[in-house]
Ligand binder design. Sequence first.
Ligand code: ARG
Length: 462
Amino acid sequence: MTQGNTWSDRFETALHPAIAQFNASIGFDLELLPYDIQGSITHAKMLAQTGIITQAEAQQLVQGLEQVLREYENGDFQPGVEEEDVHFAVEHRLTEIVGEVGKKLHTARSRNDQVGTDIRLYLRDKINKIREDLRQYQRALLNLAENHVETLIPGYTHLQRAQPISLAHHLLAYWEMAQRDWERLGDVAKRTNVSPLGCGALAGTTFPIDRQYTAKELGFTDIYRNSLDAVSDRDFAIEFINAASLIMVHLSRLSEEIILWASQEFSFVTLKDSCATGSSIMPQKKNPDIPELVRGKTGRVCGHLQALFLLMKGLPLAYNKDLQEDKEGLFDAVKTTQASLEAMTILLSEGIEFRRQRLQEAVAEDFSNATDVADYLANKGIPFREAYNLVGKVVKTSLAAGKLLKDLTLEEWKAIHPAFEEDIYTAITPQQVVSARNSEGGTGFQQVRYALSQAQSLMNEN
Ligand code: ARG
């Protein structure tokens, strides 16, 4: 079927081949085919329901559409560029199968409300899948956290050792980000799940259609109130890519940490062979390619967000062909986010091992217990700012003597302030330093155990 046939007799010649290629979206929008068929089946049923076509005609259309889907899934239906897009391709194949009646399918519909419907059905489906992927990722984080409540790790600010924390607390921070991502996607789903079907090219239709019927059949919770808005809105896609970008940014931050932790400088984790790669020239190397790729792919997804914003910014109402450019970025954002979540879930479940011995040494080899010395004095009635200054002095003398705080003698402590007693030594062990931070949301073991159980019950929600 040539494009001259698809359009009206107004056109005398077919498109220039290069222009046909340039104009076509069939190279990427076949991804929408199952959703296009779903939308068309519902549309055909509605046409019969409202008496616009007969029930017998609708039945032929539905059966024909089901056959097109089967052929597509078998790989027997592979339309080329001559079809321009998935919508024409399906309609043409349908007409080949069912004959003349196939030409009735497009009554009371435009490709504009059709593609709008397809893309929303597609995205609704993908959002549900990504939310499941997020749950798997959260489960992997939680399992790891459960094994590491009492494993201590240096906590950082400015990438400088700050205070020791429970490793579970650190991992649960990523769980929380993922939980917000999961909620955010649920919110995006609400605005995605609105039906534009029946809005026609831009202004509605002269036929007595039933938009509520098609919306309900397709599982949409509402219909667009304004036909112009319906065919030109892509807010929901921007919202989705925004949510996907945030997922990627969160994964990327964890990736960055894993990359650092796996370095010889940190040596906090070992990457298992199943999730690490070698160098083609340096045989001693084991590279963290997986988190590096996730970090790298984050730029791609954030880029798609910018692209879609820029695509929309100058568009007059209603549909413009520019909107055909919404798809590749959106599809890629979906695939990249899914693939990255899956890779990180595998990495966390079986690809990473925390080096407990090394972590234990790490939290004992620095001055990250200094705040606790100040808190110790403050508890004895010395104003915190004064205590803070005194501890500055303690750190200075310790550094000069090449000692850690735990190595100072009681005389040395007392020389700084007489309030120091023997119990200073227990107050500054990493274990005690962490345990003492029992304020709500803090790293104290009791808090972390509570956070774990909270996370567990939040994950049972849908
Ligand atoms: N392939 C087109 C797209 O993706 C379908 C809608 C075409 N509509 C039109 N008026 N040319 O946007």
